[in-house]
Design a protein around this ligand. Structure first.
Ligand SMILES: Nc1ncnc2c1ncn2[C@@H]1O[C@H](COP(=O)(O)OP(=O)(O)O)[C@@H](O)[C@H]1O
Ligand SMILES: [Mg+2]
Length: 163
């Protein structure tokens, strides 16, 4: 199971759900823990029940993201648990036994956009990194997060701290 890919799937769902804030927590040791929580539109009980079914999509999309992620997590000796409240938001907790961390910085760069803020806190082994785009926006007076240069800076910042 590739954690950076899982991050991409989970956070993309958050953005698609209209989240203005996506919080990402990652802890990597012998096992891995990844939590993605958002303040998007959330899911009602029926949708939540079907969310991880193969091919189910509430937005006319492929509907394989959560299915694949859950399957990989369980095959790795872990799990994917999703909690959601309509109008409040969603959180997904992924645990993995066997995994590859993948390119977290690249995934993070992909999900940066101007409609939402991201809080990313990661600990990989003894290295850790923290990024809060709300703070960056304040410091720079409304930086564009979707700008390729911003993405490159974020990538470099995350990589430098985690390597
Ligand atoms: N963070 C989320 N907030 C609200 N709804 C979600 C979220 N994640 C998943 N869903 C719902 O579950 C469905 C299935 O998600 P997924 O398997 O990733 O397929 P897809 O993104 O292709 O629709 C989504 O279409 C959406 O209706
Ligand atoms: Mg998806």
């Amino acid at each position: 199971m590739d954690l950076s890919f899982a991050l991409l799937e989970l956070a993309s769902n958050s953005l698609d759900a209209g989240a203005t804030l996506v919080k990402i927590r990652l802890r990597v040791g012998r096992r891995a823990y990844l939590k993605v929580s958002d303040n998007g539109r959330g899911m009602d009980g029926e949708t939540l029940k079907k969310a991880c079914e193969e091919g189910f999509s509430g937005k006319g999309s492929s509907g394989i993201g959560l299915y694949q992620t859950a399957k990989c997590a369980s095959q790795s000796g872990g799990s994917l648990k999703i909690r959601s409240k309509i109008g409040k938001g969603t959180s997904a907790i992924l645990k993995a036994g066997q995994f590859e961390t993948g390119d977290m910085a690249a995934s993070l760069a992909v999900i940066l956009d101007d409609e939402s803020d991201i809080v990313f806190k990661a600990r990989i082994g003894c290295k850790s990194v923290k990024l809060d785009t709300r703070r960056k926006r304040d410091e720079t007076g409304g930086i564009s997060l979707s700008d390729a240069r911003t993405k490159a800076i974020v990538k470099q910042y995350v990589n430098e701290n985690l390597k």
